[in-house]
Design a protein around this ligand. Structure first.
Ligand code: HEC
Length: 130
């Protein structure tokens, strides 16, 4: 008799424990993902500003299988970074990419000076894949 009672008590305690472990939190949906931080003023974004220049003005010649460097979205960053002297963070003005695009460079006819300046600024900010 005593063991049966003990078993009952254990069963009841177990049920209470299991029920109490179902806290409200586990039924609530996950909180929404927080919005990304606003861009730092003056910070050039590769995806937001540099790639669109390439896509608009350059990829008709610098596509996959065409003239190097490949400037197609998704491939351009690595193509630029993997080519020696293409992007020189320590000396942005010496970067081949910038020199070609800036006034007098052989690609300057395909882009505006403002776009060349954006590339310079992006390189001087560390040439991030941002
Ligand atoms: C009408 C075709 C054409 C367009 C448009 C064009 N390019 Fe070029 N690009 C070339 C050719 C051809 C070469 C190789 C000859 C030279 O370096 O001048 C070249 C070379 C380059 C090089 C040097 C590659 C190296 O290894 O030295 C870079 C960097 C470059 N282009 C960037 C750009 C950028 C950035 C744009 C867009 C603003 C652009 N090009 C638009 C045809 C083009």
């Amino acid at each position: 008799m005593q063991i049966r009672t003990l078993k009952k008590v254990i069963t009841i305690l177990s049920v209470i424990f299991i029920l109490s472990s179902c806290s409200k939190d586990s039924i609530l949906p996950d909180p929404p993902t927080p919005a990304p931080p606003p861009p730092v003023p003056g910070q050039i974004s590769f995806a937001g500003e540099i790639q669109p220049i390439f896509t608009a003005d350059c990829i008709r010649c610098h596509g996959v299988g065409q003239v190097a460097p490949v400037l197609v979205e998704g491939k351009s960053y690595l193509a630029l970074m993997n080519t020696a002297d293409m992007v020189i963070v320590a000396a942005p003005g010496n970067s081949i990419l910038y020199r070609k695009m800036s006034t007098g460079g052989s690609m300057s006819g395909y882009c505006t000076k403002a776009n060349a300046d954006s590339v310079y600024k992006w390189i001087s900010q560390g040439a991030k894949n941002n």
